[in-house]
Design a binder for this molecule. Sequence first.
Ligand code: HEM
Length: 183
Amino acid sequence: MAPYHHIMAHFPMGLLFVSFFIILARAFSDSERTRGFDRLLPVLLVAGLLGGVGTFLTGLLIWPSDAVVASPMGRNKVLFAIWAMAAWALVAALRIRGGEQVWQGSRRLPLLFFTLVAAFLLAVTGTLGGYLLGSPSDFSLGLKAAGWDVYHTFYAPTWALGVGVAAALVIAVLGVLGARQKS
Ligand code: HEM
């Protein structure tokens, strides 16, 4: 299954990183050219996500599940793959539901923020694949400098979960208040 995983990985990597550069360009420019690229985003994001699902499934079939669960690197890979796909799904939902209005004024900031997070998670997912293959890239040197050794399973401290839940509640309340103000 490994060769299929390698082939499939090109789709999310290529399509979602092209989306990343388009979002970056569109966030800082209102030119006709970046507007044109932006109109491609829904197709690129959906195709990238579908490719990501195929990559995820082929990834799970390379090693026996016992081996994946027993290895810190295997666990890291599955965790980051899930987070990366969830973050890109959010980016796709924001851009597709929000339409071209997401670029009006400061409305572009949430999309830019989540895109940076999603691109980082996808880059980590890919680089962990390099470790599983035995050809690690230097990308993880930056991760190590930031305090995470990829040979250990990434654990979020309990307080981080609390912060996550609190942030989710604040976002939900802001969303409801914003919707009420509109109507
Ligand atoms: C969307 C999700 C995923 C993406 C984008 C992704 C990406 C990649 C990439 C780019 C490589 C090759 C690295 C290189 O050539 O240097 C790779 C390898 C690998 N990935 Fe994934 N992956 C994903 C999900 C998974 C999952 C869920 C697993 C399950 C454990 C997995 C297991 C592996 C393994 C075992 C290898 C090494 C294959 C080999 O030895 O030839 N991947 N992955």
